[in-house]
Ligand binder design. Sequence first.
Ligand SMILES: [Zn+2]
Length: 343
Amino acid sequence: MKTLLPTSTAGSLPKPSWLAQPETLWSPWKLQGDELREGKQDALRLSLQEQQQAGIDIVGDGEQSRQHFVTTFIEHLSGVDFAQRETVRIRNRYDASVPTVVGEVSRQKPVFVDDAKFLRAQTTQPIKWALPGPMTMIDTLYDGHYKSREKLAWEFAKILNQEAKELEAAGVDIIQFDEPAFNVFFDEVNDWGIATLERAREGLKCETAVHICYGYGIKANTEWKKTLGSEWRQYEEIFPKLQKSNIDIISLECHNSRVPMELLELIRGKKVMVGAIDVATNTIETPEEVAATLRKALQFVDADKLCPCTNCGMAPLSRQVALGKLKALNAGAEIVRKELTGL
Ligand SMILES: [Zn+2]
């Protein structure tokens, strides 16, 4: 692996059209039973190969075996009834029909561990595995049992910790918790959000990351972004406490966003996955555009702590666009690497 500016992705990548309807979230599977199991593994292999072709250093599964980054994990737990739906407001942004917590939540068996072992067997490169964070999980459910967002988050943190420990044992190098909800509920993040995240990573020896973004490039998110004004200072509310946390890496949306780059100063000392690819547009960045974002970030992130990344997952994009963006990410990182090493 290149030691300077190792590239990675936020997580999800497009699925092949024979596995699920492209450019759609929560797209239903096109296969069933054994065919589906095999299809997911084949898609994982393809996704890995595309990341490798594009020169990505820290690779992942492209989330090929899950329909959605939050829902699929919860589907494997007991205590949540997916048939009993209630309409709730997700991240204060849009209404959605969600499953109901009907009893104590628990994990009866591993969720992604076999998939992670499969990925591990395919490559010797460092691998990163994404899990939803506790706060983002509770925000996509109706809680008819605990009646307390905080209490449910602590329960999920315990479950995530069980899964994370087994992922680590399966050879995962970086475990990432996706917490887009951190960009919305600042008081809760500071009161117990970061604490539950630390509970989820308790006892792990591998590196841990938290991904905090402004969401996929779907309409509800782009409309919400329009209401945020000319400067997005959400990160400012949570960075001081995050800087003091034991999470190693912070994954952020930085490209084409209105986040003032100087906010990164607040997490100085942490590794930062700098989003240098916009996932809300089909326009493929030029390497020079990627390099410009990385150079800006380098004013506030030490070079040995900067990992070029995508703003968010690319599941809703076409495969061709996503691959082009991965290549641009690597080419842009290469420009800046050469500048840094003087080669
Ligand atoms: Zn994201």
